[in-house]
Ligand binder design. Structure first.
Ligand code: CTP
Length: 422
């Protein structure tokens, strides 16, 4: 299948720091994912990594000389700067950042960067003191306000022996940051409503019934939606997930509270994703005082009544209104998951159903991974290998965007190897 980087033209610029030895792995990774990589190096970088290595991994000539007639004829630096989909500088030294911030162009890489109008991603790597130096801080600030994107540096052990901030981040992190820059805002101008986490149904003032949902899947979808440019409202039960910047978060406890919050928001949404594990039942009576053993004796029965079905209600309201959001439900099943989920989709009236078989290892509640299949009303389905919830969240948002844009579910994306779980 065609992945995101297929046929993308990437210039990898390498400046002269010890982390330059990691550049060949980055180039290889880009190429494995289908990108065409052109390497531009500084003279200092060639002290750390050989021309032969770079040429071998990129399978193309290496560019380093601004004044080389043959290199200039082969691929002029202006053309190189203009034609690439993305320019990545990894590693970027403090010296290169200072040059870029001041518009200096005294070698091929800095000249290319000055001539570049499109996106540039910089992955700095240096000693921690250099990174924190006011001069470097000024360079970074200037470059950020010039629209240059940064990834890293990371924290860890550095070549100088210190444990500090200054490491070149992993190649997978650089590639993901690049993808985010290039990915169009597929949900710009759209409003997404998401339910997430468990609900908590009180029995008395100190006791409640709940389930094992962690909210991780809903969080991943909310993050992917906000990255895709959507306006996001996340209605969630009690979870211990960190707040997400730039979205509206509404915390609720019970299914009834979640129901009312959704009722307030569904009409203004283009998409509603129901990732919450809503408690199906609640205690019919909520004791106002703590239930005491002295009174109840050996046995306690709690009479339960059914909670409103939030997803089915929105589907019904939409039907009555004749218009409303695209509805994506979730079905966590054990055994014969697809058939059960198909029936559930029809019963609840949603457009897409995300199915997982929670009996499988690494799938379902409170783990970081998931394996899902998405069904649509036309009987089509999309499936992915076991992957991180964050990665699956991005895929689900891609599906939603395609359906909203009338492209349907006919494109399937492969899990990037790093996000796959062997
Ligand atoms: N859902 C909901 N409100 C409820 C119950 C479920 O909105 N009261 C939504 C969930 O968020 C999910 C979908 O409906 O998107 C399916 O949830 P699930 O618990 O699998 O469905 P149930 O109707 O509870 O079916 P089951 O009998 O299998 O538990």
């Amino acid at each position: 299948m065609v992945g995101f980087w297929h046929d993308k033209r990437v210039v990898v610029g390498i400046s002269g720091g010890i982390a330059a030895y990691k550049a060949p792995a980055l180039i290889r990774r880009f190429r494995e994912q289908g990108a065409e990589v052109t390497v531009v190096v500084t003279k200092a970088a060639l002290e750390f990594v050989t021309r032969l290595t770079l040429q071998t991994v990129s399978d193309r000539p290496i560019y380093d000389d601004l004044f080389s007639l043959s290199q200039e004829q082969d691929m002029g630096h202006i053309r190189l700067a203009q034609e690439a989909d993305l320019v990545v500088v990894a590693p970027a030294t403090a010296n290169l950042l200072a040059k870029m911030a001041n518009g200096l162009a005294d070698d091929l890489l800095s000249t290319l960067l000055l001539a570049r109008l499109g996106p540039v991603l910089v992955a700095p790597a240096m000693n921690g003191a250099m990174w924190r130096h006011p001069a470097t801080c000024r360079s970074v600030e200037t470059l950020k306000s010039d629209g240059i994107a940064f990834v890293g540096p990371g924290h860890g052990s550095l070549a100088c022996g210190d444990v500090d901030t200054g490491r070149l981040v992993d190649d997978t992190v650089i590639i993901e940051a690049g993808r985010r820059i290039l990915e169009p805002n597929i949900l710009a101008g759209r409003t997404v409503l998401i339910t997430a986490g468990p609900t908590r149904e009180a029995v008395d003032p100190v006791r409640y019934m709940t389930n094992r949902s962690s909210g991780k899947m809903g969080w991943a979808i909310a993050k992917a939606a906000v990255r895709a440019g959507a306006e996001v409202t996340l209605i969630h039960g009690p979870v211990s997930q960190p707040p997400i910047a730039g979205i509206q978060m509404i915390a609720v406890q019970s299914a009834e509270q979640m129901y009312h919050a959704v009722q307030d928001h569904w009409q203004v949404s283009d998409v509603a994703v129901f990732a919450a594990a809503v408690a199906d039942y609640r205690s019919k009576y909520q004791a106002t005082e703590k239930i005491k053993k002295e009174k109840k004796g050996n046995q306690l029965s709690v009479e339960m009544i059914q909670n409103p079905d939030i997803l089915a209600s929105v589907a019904q309201w939409r039907k009555e209104a004749g218009a409303g959001p695209l509805l994506m439900g979730f079905a966590a099943e054990t055994g014969q998951a697809l058939e059960k989920a198909q029936r559930k989709m029809v019963r609840k009236g949603c457009d897409l159903m995300v199915v997982n078989d929670v009996a499988e290892p690494g799938v379902g509640f409170d783990v970081d991974t998931n394996r899902v299949v998405v069904l649509d009303q036309a009987g089509r389905n999309l499936s992915w290998p076991l992957g991180t919830k964050n990665w699956i969240g991005t895929q689900l948002i891609n599906v939603v965007a395609r359906v909203l844009n009338g492209q349907g579910m006919d494109v399937m994306t492969e899990a990037p190897p790093d996000e796959r779980v062997k």
